[in-house]
Design a protein around this ligand. Structure first.
Ligand code: C2E
Ligand code: CA
Ligand code: CA
Ligand code: CA
Length: 278
């Protein structure tokens, strides 16, 4: 290994080499994580006014043998780049549906819903809808307790194809949420054509709701737009009672956020549901 003082070019090469190594290691580790069940589903409660828990958004965590519990920011982007997200996403969907199947037979949890994030790469698979229907059949759940969250950026390419997939799955009873709405290339024309159930107000607009007039105007517009189109509107990232009050005042009655709960491991989520509804 060349010491400091060596020419810049070879140092640069070395950095690249390290990066390539790191990517290889990460790809290998992600594969192992799948095989060895190191991925865990966390559940962030989703509520409807005045405080009924409807269910949860499923958020992925990786219990890494050396680095501990990792959030999606540490690996989702890489998984998307390498295509590993397709398998990981399917793992999440399958385990979410298995959990829904268990709840369907548990008094007190029978109507809990789960909202699962879908990546663009997954949606682009040729047989995405078949794979989802397969999981539904395998787990024998009522499809109406499953919601899939799409982001607007994945609609830009191949819009017609996405609409077809959504229509097929919607016909079976699955519902769709549009996540991160307003942060990308929103086209109102497209919005009208999508078979959506829910619009999610991005956390970035909720964060400065009380101090930023522009964010407040955007949040108000999204809520109004959702209502006009007959969609349920869910605010994410609600961290304070003041934000909650402002959202309610604007007509948004569905919400999730740290003010209510962080994403929780299964047993803590079930305890939360029992406490809130008890
Ligand atoms: P997202 O879908 O927008 O999920 C919401 C994120 O906001 C989550 O971060 C959640 O923990 C966080 N959050 C919720 N409430 C609050 C709050 O009150 N304050 C703040 N500051 N943050 C809040 P997380 O769990 O780190 O997930 C990040 C992103 O990773 C998600 O953003 C989603 O895009 C992606 N992701 C998570 N799980 C999956 C998955 O299973 N599949 C795919 N494709 N993507 C996933
Ligand atoms: Ca989401
Ligand atoms: Ca979001
Ligand atoms: Ca987001």
């Amino acid at each position: 290994v060349k010491q400091a003082g060596g020419d810049a070019l070879s140092f640069f090469d070395m950095e690249l080499q390290h990066q390539a190594d790191r990517r290889l290691i990460l790809a290998h580790e992600l594969r192992r994580a799948l095989n060895e069940n190191q991925f865990e589903l966390f559940y962030q409660p989703q509520l409807v006014h005045p405080g009924l828990v409807l269910g949860a958004e499923v958020l992925l965590r990786w219990r890494h043998p050396e680095h501990g519990l990792l959030g999606p920011d540490a690996f989702i982007k890489f998984a998307e780049e390498t295509g590993l997200i397709v398998e990981i996403g399917e793992y999440v969907l399958l385990h979410a549906c298995k959990q829904l199947a268990i709840w369907q037979h548990s008094p007190g949890a029978a109507r809990l819903e789960l909202s699962v994030n879908i990546s663009a790469k997954q949606l682009k698979q040729r047989n995405f809808s078949e794979r989802v229907l397969d999981i539904l059949q395998q787990t024998n759940i009522d499809p109406s307790v499953l919601k899939l969250e799409l982001t607007e950026s994945m609609l830009v390419e191949d819009f017609d194809n996405v609409v077809t997939i959504m229509q097929v799955l919607q016909a079976k009873g699955i519902r769709f949420a549009l996540d991160d709405f307003g942060t990308g290339y929103s086209s109102l024309v497209y919005l009208k054509r999508l078979p959506l159930y829910q619009l999610k107000v991005d956390r970035s607009f909720v964060a400065d709701l009380l101090t930023d007039e522009n964010d407040q105007a955007i949040a108000r517009m999204i809520i109004l737009l959702g209502q006009t189109l007959g969609l349920e509107v869910m605010a994410e990232g609600v961290e304070s009672v003041e934000q909650l009050k402002t959202l309610l005042h604007m007509g948004c009655y569905h919400y999730q956020g740290y003010y209510f709960s962080k994403p929780l491991p299964l047993n803590e989520f079930e305890a939360y549901v029992a406490k809130v509804s008890g």
